[in-house]
Design a protein. Structure first.
Length: 326
């Protein structure tokens, strides 16, 4: 079995606001989405082996998501279904620059009902990288399952990846979000943050240097910080640098970070770079630059299309894009 990128957590429906027409009702278009599910779909479209593990509702939206994952080439053997809650929904509105605002209809939702007991040995068979984000930490039992999955993946020799992907609107009022996300961040070998997320962590942890020190004192060997159209920054123990991103005019930024993560994980898996090899990667500037450029291209291309699953680029898309930049 080829090395797989296994993505755990939420899959939901993004209802994207359609252009408003005079005299017509305000319409929303159904799109398959959810950050970890987006990463799985993008990995499959790039030609990698992708597996999604999570919980969907026994409703028409759960059926739609399951069908869309399978149509994209994602292994769904680890997908469970429940009648105890519905599949989560998110209504998305874009500003003129393609930036999003969200209204979530989620708690309680099916994805939050995944328990540690739902994991099976098959979920980790051939797993080269195991990826999560913070959205599965917003409620139990999925929060416990997230940490359990990260630890199980490590015992199976997988690289453990986390994109913070912070969505404050998903958390209960008064929740100590930092206290909930830090245990998961400390389980990850590879951490992806946006600049606002790093600033948020730094504000509660004594500064950026303290955040990085805490991550590196745990399992992290590489932290990548994206900043929209500005250069991304990477950090490793005792080293750091920056890398340019690909200049594009964004139409819809939904899923761009997920496409970036998929490009990064696929690039690492394709090169046989696991957790133990991340230290060597940062001392190989050519390979590091090629890996980051591939990921940045995936993120840039995802902003050129509307939707989430639908926006994920194929390997042919990214190869053509990189060839044009050469």
């Amino acid at each position: 079995m080829s090395a797989a990128v296994v993505c755990f957590g939420e899959a939901l429906i993004d209802f994207l606001a359609a252009p408003e027409l005079p005299g017509a009702p305000h319409a929303f278009l159904r799109n398959a989405g959810g950050a970890p599910a987006n990463v799985a779909v993008a990995t499959a479209r790039l030609g990698g082996t992708a597996r999604f593990v999570g919980m969907l509702g026994q409703d028409l939206f759960g059926d739609f998501l399951h069908d869309e994952l399978r149509a994209a080439g994602v292994d769904t053997a680890g997908v469970h279904r429940t009648g105890a809650a519905n599949t989560a929904l998110a209504f998305v509105k874009l500003d003129p620059g393609g930036e999003r605002s969200f209204s979530f209809y989620r708690s309680p939702s099916a994805d939050l009902l995944f328990t540690p007991a739902h994991f099976s040995e098959a979920d980790f068979t051939g797993c080269a990288a195991f990826h999560v984000c913070s959205n599965s930490l917003t409620g139990e039992p999925s929060a416990s399952a997230t940490l359990a999955g990260m630890r199980l993946a490590r015992t199976h020799g997988a690289l453990v990846s986390m994109d913070l992907n912070l969505r404050p609107a998903l958390w209960d009022a008064g929740a100590d979000i930092a206290a909930r996300v830090w245990p998961a961040l400390c389980e990850a070998d590879l951490v992806k943050l946006s600049r606002p997320e790093l600033d948020w962590l730094a504000a509660g942890s004594g500064g950026e240097a303290a955040v990085l020190a805490r991550l590196f004192a745990a399992h992290a060997r590489l932290v990548v910080v994206t900043d929209g159209p500005a250069p991304l920054h990477w950090h490793a123990p005792g080293m750091h640098g920056e890398h340019p991103v690909h200049a594009v005019t964004a139409r819809d930024t939904t899923g761009a970070g997920d496409a970036f993560v998929a490009g990064l994980l696929h690039g690492l898996v394709e090169r046989g770079i696991g957790a133990a090899a991340l230290d060597a990667l940062v001392h190989d500037p050519d390979t590091l630059a090629a890996t980051l450029s591939f990921a940045a291209g995936c993120g840039a291309l995802a902003t050129q299309r509307h939707g989430a699953f639908a926006a994920m680029p194929t390997r042919a898309d990214i190869d053509a894009h990189l060839e044009c930049r050469a």
